[in-house]
Design a binder for this molecule. Structure first.
Ligand code: DAH
Length: 334
């Protein structure tokens, strides 16, 4: 791009001005490299201008040569400087994009909780397993035999009125209590027996603040040689002491259940009120006979209670329906 009319010195000045501007305006490292090649490369503009040096006089040549060197060094410096700036900017942008700000508040993931009914059952099972009991379960769909008959409650027995039953087509029923598990367990095991059986039970009750057609019970059964009502009382009192964390006054009130003789209901004094919390008694000899145990050799005690009742008392819950309607505002409190 030599121009014979314009002197080499001027050409060098024009090149320098143009190059400095172009370098200043470069926005990335590729452009810088391109500018280096264009201006200072072997076939770059500077080399092209210097080709004209041959025509210069011997005096002029060193002067122009040193000007050309200055231009070359200056442009080299500008290119290096700009390259460093761009590299720094690139690193900075990368750091900013990848920065993890540990001071930012985290995204909180809501934790699940144990439902108060389950935690109550867990608490009950912990206490009884601690007393040497094993956990047993039975089916929710039962036959009349396990729910009533084997529990000394034949078809015309007036006690059937105590529990309004859901009957299923075909003659089965939804168990009205966990006492059915007593029979199933005894049929498959020999004494001595210490067993605790939690589970869901069903009754044709009208739903209100204290009644539900579906609720939960825990059944207790011990069969051994020489068990007495004193063992029953001691076990229940120890359970209540551990469950409520206090030696609360308890009252064993005479009662009636077809599958126990004698039978009792247990009242506990809690926050100044007597609360009925469970039914219990010595296993009726007819029940032992039904599973093939000899009542002359073995005696047993049993108890059954509602889990909802215990959960409501423990957590001061005023309406049983709160335990079933899955309202997170309620459940988050536990
Ligand atoms: N099954 C009885 C009910 O649902 C509760 C009960 C009473 C269970 C006395 C027992 C017992 O094991 O001995 O009302």
């Amino acid at each position: 791009m030599t121009n014979p009319i314009i002197s080499i010195e001027t050409q060098l000045q024009i090149l320098q001005t143009a190059a400095v501007t172009a370098i200043a305006e470069a926005i990335n490292l590729e452009q810088i490299e391109q500018l280096r090649v264009n201006y200072l490369g072997k076939k770059g503009e500077l080399s092209v201008i210097l080709k004209g040096m041959g025509k210069l006089s011997a005096e002029e040549r060193p002067r122009i040569g040193s000007i050309a060197n200055e231009v070359k060094e200056l442009l080299q410096g500008k290119l290096d400087e700009k390259r460093q700036d761009l590299q720094q900017a690139q690193i900075k942008a990368k750091l900013e994009a990848e920065t993890l700000d540990v001071t930012m508040p985290g995204v909180s993931r809501p934790l699940g909780r144990i439902h108060p009914l389950n935690s109550t059952i867990d608490r009950v099972l912990d206490i009884f397993t601690g007393l040497g009991y094993t956990v047993a379960e039975g089916p929710q769909i039962e036959t009349d035999y396990y729910n009533f008959e084997a529990l000394n409650t034949p078809p015309d027995h007036p006690a059937r009125d105590m529990q309004d039953t859901f009957y299923l087509p075909g003659g089965n029923l939804l168990r009205t209590h966990t006492s059915s598990v007593q029979i199933r367990y005894m049929e498959n095991n020999e004494p001595p027996i210490r067993v605790v059986a939690p589970g869901r039970v069903y009754r044709r009750d009208t739903v209100d603040a204290t009644h539900s057609a579906v609720f939960h019970q825990v059944e207790l059964l011990a069969v051994d040689k020489g068990l007495t009502f004193t063992d029953l009382k001691g076990t229940i009192k120890e359970f209540i002491r551990q469950f409520f964390g206090d030696d609360l006054p308890t009252l064993f009130r005479a009662s009636y259940f077809p599958f126990t003789e004698p039978s009792a209901e247990v009242d506990v004094q809690w926050k100044g009120k007597w609360l009925e919390v469970m039914g219990c008694g010595m296993v009726d000899p007819n029940v032992l006979k039904a599973v093939g145990y000899d009542p002359e050799i073995y005696t047993g005690f049993a108890a059954g209670f509602g889990v909802e009742r215990f959960a409501m008392v423990l957590h001061q819950i005023d309406d049983i329906r709160r335990l079933y309607n899955s309202d997170l505002r309620f459940l988050k409190q536990f």
